[in-house]
Design a protein around this ligand. Structure first.
Ligand SMILES: C[S@@+](CC[C@H](N)C(=O)[O-])C[C@H]1O[C@@H](n2cnc3c(N)ncnc32)[C@H](O)[C@@H]1O
Length: 342
């Protein structure tokens, strides 16, 4: 499967005057026409080269616009979503979006080079990604954390994960000491976090000095219908948003590797549930330098059951569209002759 690496500092650069509005990206478009032009940024001038280095504005922790309701990007909704999805997750969701070869490619930048490393797999669910981690690291050094007991119950049944620690917890408030782990891995979970910046700040906190975070997640579609359904369902970040969150949390050497199912032939216009693997290194011990206010979602607060149900049903229906997309892409891959765009 084709993939490509982008480096936060190297690839997200601006040159003044290259486009009609005065700003344009130099970017390596490794999958050709389907990769979106990146969004607006504010920038700081590099006096030696006259190249401007990306310093993205905005915080994605802010309230979502009504046009992007992302109904399942809440802890309570995600809990119930996985109450049901956990029954079929390994058999229906992963084969379409997150195959074993994708997993191994996505984990490669995590540098799981030592079996004695302490690794946390956050939003580890049924343990599909953990199965990739324990190929390199002793299972007894790996902790799987998830907010869904139903997902974790599936992980507990897997023989290679028998020695892992399996715990319930929240990605935005991790029950690990500061400077605890050598590696932080999270695959396909960020899209449900109400405050992704907080989750990445937590990744930074729990890592040791020199430790590495590897966050695998969706990428935002450019095709209008896919964009509509992704916005109704959950969070599909843009690549520059991942980089912004990592850099703001304090990570250095932030890199993005693009991934996708091989039968998509590099097409990214429908977005991808597992579209990139983002890594960053913790440069100093202790907590993240980033200060945040209170949590975006207070799970102890009562919710209106009718509003909850409506959000849940609409969000889940939008999610169903993304069960069909990989089938559609698979059929196209079968029909369209090799070498032609699909
Ligand atoms: C798409 S599954 C990914 C599971 C697994 N990492 C894999 O690779 O197959 C997303 C998981 O994130 C979990 N999750 C969602 N929000 C969470 C949160 N705030 N804290 C911990 N886990 C969360 C869900 O319960 C679910 O198991």
């Amino acid at each position: 499967m084709a993939y490509s690496m982008l480096n936060g500092a190297e690839n997200l650069r601006l040159i003044r005057g290259i486009t009609p509005n005065g700003l344009g990206f130099i970017r390596s478009d490794l999958h050709g026409n389907h990769f979106p032009k990146m969004g607006l940024v504010s920038c700081a001038r590099n006096s030696r080269t006259s190249i401007k280095t990306l310093a993205p504005r905005c915080s994605l922790s802010a309230t979502r616009p009504a046009s992007q309701p992302r109904f399942i990007q809440h802890k309570k909704e995600a809990f119930w979503f996985y109450r049901f999805l956990s029954i079929v997750y390994d058999h229906v969701i992963n084969p379409g979006h997150w195959t074993e070869d994708m997993r191994d490619e996505a984990l490669e930048p995590a540098d799981l080079s030592d079996p004695n490393m302490i690794v946390v797999d956050v939003g580890g669910g049924t343990g599909f990604t953990t199965l990739g981690i324990v190929k390199h690291v002793d299972a007894k050094n790996v902790t799987i954390l998830d907010q869904s007991p139903h997902q974790l119950a599936k992980a507990k049944q897997k023989e290679p994960l028998k020695e892992c620690k399996i715990i319930e917890g929240d990605a935005e408030d991790l029950p690990f000491a500061t400077d605890y782990a050598d590696r932080y891995v999270s695959a396909g979970s960020i899209e449900y976090w109400p405050d992704p910046q907080r989750g990445i700040k937590e990744a930074y906190r729990v890592l040791k000095l020199g430790g590495k975070a590897c966050l695998i997640g969706p990428v935002y579609p450019t095709f209008w219908l896919s964009r509509f359904f992704s916005d109704v369902w959950m969070l599909f970040p843009k690549e520059e948003e991942y980089i912004e969150w990592f850099q703001k949390a304090g990570f250095k050497d932030v890199q993005i590797k693009r991934i996708g199912p091989k039968w998509y032939r590099g097409v990214r216009r429908h977005g991808l549930i597992m579209g990139c693997s983002v890594t960053g290194v913790k440069p100093a011990s202790g907590d993240s330098p980033l200060q945040l206010g209170p949590m975006a979602e207070d799970v102890t607060k009562p919710v209106n059951p009718f509003a909850f149900l409506l959000r849940f049903i609409l969000g889940a229906m939008a999610g169903a569209y993304f069960v069909l997309i990989p089938i559609y892409m698979w059929l196209k891959d079968q029909i369209v002759p090799e070498g032609r765009p699909i």
